[in-house]
Design a protein around this ligand. Sequence first.
Ligand code: NAD
Length: 490
Amino acid sequence: MPKTCEQHRLLVLENFIGGKFIPCRSHIDSFDPSTGEVYCKVPNSGEDEVAAAVAAAKEAFPDWSTRSPEQRAQVLNKLADLIEANLEEFAQAESRDQGKTITFARTVDIPRSAYNFRFFASSVLHHTTDCSQMDHMGCVNYTVRCPVGVAGLISPWNLPLYLLTWKIAPAVATGNTVVAKPSEMTSVTAWMMCKLMQEAGVPPGVINIVFGTGPKAGDALVGHPDVPLISFTGSTATAQRITERSAPYCKKLSLELGGKNPALIFADADLDQCIATTVRSSFSNQGEICLCTSRIYVERSIYPAFLERFVAAAKKWKTGVPSDPSNNNGALISKEHLEKVRKFVALAKLEGGTIHCGEGVDQLDLPECNTSGYFMPATVISGIPDSSPVMQEEIFGPVTCISPFDTEDEAIARGNCVRYGLAATVWSKDVGKVHHVAKRLQAGLVWTNCWLVRDLNLPFGGMKSSGVGREGGKDSYHFFTEVKTITIKH
Ligand code: NAD
């Protein structure tokens, strides 16, 4: 386990526009979450940089959009090869930039980033469009799908390269050109990927990446009249601003937002499997996954046993230096975010909740140079009413709340009693129960007796305040293309 702090040169990033790295006039600080030190300078782009990137994307569109899906797929597969060839370097960088463990970046973030390119390179070859009956009023009617134009892509900090490539891959596979803006807090792996573009054969201007803050660079992208489509993943509050800002232009919007995801655990659940998976679903990636479980409802007859075993398992979920492979969690993204998460725990205490383990109860044993890092142990709370902000608001940290229920109807009603509707898990061996509970839950994704099993062909997205639209094989194809109906009289 590394006990000493390594000194690194300050990393200075540049925008990637029209196939070239372009220095920016001003920069913002980016912190290493495990030490609290500034280690990287990120371009503080604004309207000018965004305008240059949109112009480059516009120029590249006529050529790229008329290439065949096979030609575009070849480029995306090559990019995937290059990411895989540099997997370890990407994993180390993602961990340093975001605070997550290297193990998580190595086994989840970076392999999935490469796979996103491979998946859409393949998927785009297999779509078909519609044709009506051959002789409808003496005409043949059929549809074609065309790329939309310059796509604006905005992504968050929790799964940086993973979520950015989840947007870039379908956008360019379907023939659009893009201007992407990663989170200002986690820009490094996107910048590293730009270095691979030329070798992958990505023509200049097809993928442009502009770095900077949301209110400046993000706002300029959303408000640019030549960007007809915005794909956004982030918070519900930002999505509201993006919706307002883009309304005058009637842009196509895809919004993947926050969650407050329930787990409904019935008395007949396989508790070994359920507890192991629910600890993982509550705390993986420091709880900084939009799909993480944050409200656990347990049938009263098994509640005491469940609580005891769950807390014991949560105590074993280790938090510490991201490079130590024995740690399950690293550091949270920022000082501000850590404070926000801690405030929820303080509020839970104030409201009379019991903190079984984690924040305020357990101390972390950190090396000297990590004592200013943004670490927080896995925290389990009980005894909080559903009306509390702790049970209603997205905390997005390693915090989960447990509460007993008596009936199936009650469990469903309480699972649905928040403004979010992204994901839910249901634990029961009764197949019939699993089906009808899943059907009544207001969530875009319901996992039964498992969590985070994803077939990328199927829709991903949220109901209510968790989003608008769906992503995934056919859904991304539909979002990133416009359909046209052609009628030919013969
Ligand atoms: P955020 O909304 O603060 O920022 C997301 C992105 O939007 C960043 O790139 C940011 O710079 C940009 N942005 C901020 N203000 C903007 C503006 N006015 N105009 C344009 N762009 C702007 O979210 P975050 O804190 O980075 O990410 C955490 C949130 O993301 C959580 O709510 C989490 O649930 C959500 N999330 C959702 C999914 C999903 O698929 N549903 C996946 C991951 C994260």
